[in-house]
Design a protein around this ligand. Structure first.
Ligand SMILES: C[S@@+](CC[C@H](N)C(=O)[O-])C[C@H]1O[C@@H](n2cnc3c(N)ncnc32)[C@H](O)[C@@H]1O
Length: 222
C-alpha cells in the first residue's frame, strides 16, 4: 500500500494535515536530545522526513540510519536526501521495524513517526528501538491519536473519517486514505503506548498530546 502512494505521500501529508505535521515532527525531533556527531535512527523512515530532521541535528560529523521495508518510499526519501546533499550522512536501509538490522546499544536516539499503527506488534517495535539505543539515549514516537475533548473529537472525526478519504481519493489512492482513519480506530491509547514503552525497559516515559490529542509524542529514556 505504501509503495502505491509513495510518489504523492509527502503532498498528501501536507494537504491533509494543513502542514501541521511539520510542527509535530519538530516537537518530536526536539525530544531526541541529538547533538552534533551523534548517531540517530529513524524507524519506518518512509520518505525520510524525520531522517532529514535528524541529519540537521547531528550535522556532518554525525550519522543517521533510516529503516523501512517499503523500497518505493525509501526511493522517494533517497531523492530528497540527494537534493539536499545529505546522502553521505544518511543511510537508508531495507528492514523490518520489528527486527531492526542494527547491533544493540548502537544509536544515541531512535525515533518513529506515523509507523506504529501499521506494525503487527507495537510492543516488539518498542523493544527493538530500546535494544538498539545506548543506555541514556532517547526513544521517541510520533503518532496520530484520539482527541480527548468530546466536541473536538466530533469535528475531528467528521473530517478524519468522511472528508479525508475523499481528498485522498482525489489526489492519491482512496483505499490507502480510507485505511488511514481505520488504522486509528482500534489503535492503542496514549496510556497504553506509555505502558508499552515502560515494558520495553524505558524509564521517565512521558506523553505530549499535540493539538488537543490529534497526535501525540511519546518519549522514554533507555
Ligand atoms: C505512514 S508512513 C510514515 C513514514 C515516515 N516515518 C513519516 O514520518 O512520514 C509508514 C511507514 O512505515 C513503514 N512500515 C510499516 N511497517 C513497517 C515495518 N514492520 N518495518 C519497517 N517499516 C514499516 C511503511 O513502509 C511506511 O513507509
Amino acid at each position: 500500500m505504501f509503495g502505491a502512494i509513495a510518489g504523492r505521500y509527502d503532498l498528501l501529508n501536507s494537504v491533509l494535515s494543513l502542514c501541521t505535521h511539520k510542527w509535530w515532527r519538530r516537537v518530536a525531533l526536539c525530544q531526541c536530545g541529538l547533538c552534533p556527531g551523534m548517531t540517530a535512527l529513524d524507524v519506518g523512515a518512509g520518505t525520510a522526513d524525520m531522517a532529514i530532521g535528524m541529519a540537521a541535528r547531528v550535522g556532518p560529523a554525525g550519522r543517521v540510519i533510516g529503516v523501512d521495508f517499503c523500497e518505493p518510499m525509501l526511493r522517494v526519501g533517497a531523492g530528497k536526501l540527494d537534493a539536499r546533499g545529505l546522502s553521505g550522512g544518511v543511510q537508508l536501509v531495507s528492514g523490518d521495524a520489528q527486527a531492526l538490522p542494527l547491533a544493540g546499544d548502537s544509536v544515541d536516539a531512535a525515533i518513529t513517526a506515523f509507523v506504529l499503527r501499521n506494525v503487527t506488534d507495537v510492543q516488539r517495535t518498542f523493544c527493538e528501538m530500546a535494544r538498539v539505543t545506548r543506555p541514556g539515549g532517547m526513544v521517541v514516537s510520533l503518532e496520530l491519536s484520539r482527541p480527548s475533548s468530546g466536541l473536538l473529537r466530533r469535528f475531528y472525526y467528521l473530517y478524519f473519517y468522511r472528508v479525508l478519504p475523499r481528498i485522498g481519493g482525489l489526489l492519491s489512492r482512496k483505499d490507502a486514505y480510507t485505511y488511514l482513519p481505520n488504522s486509528l480506530t482500534d489503535f492503542h491509547s496514549v496510556d497504553e503506548l506509555s505502558e508499552m514503552m515502560r515494558r520495553a525497559g524505558l524509564r521517565d516515559v512521558r506523553a505530549l498530546p499535540l493539538m488537543g490529542g490529534i497526535a501525540a509524542v511519546h518519549v522514554g529514556t533507555k
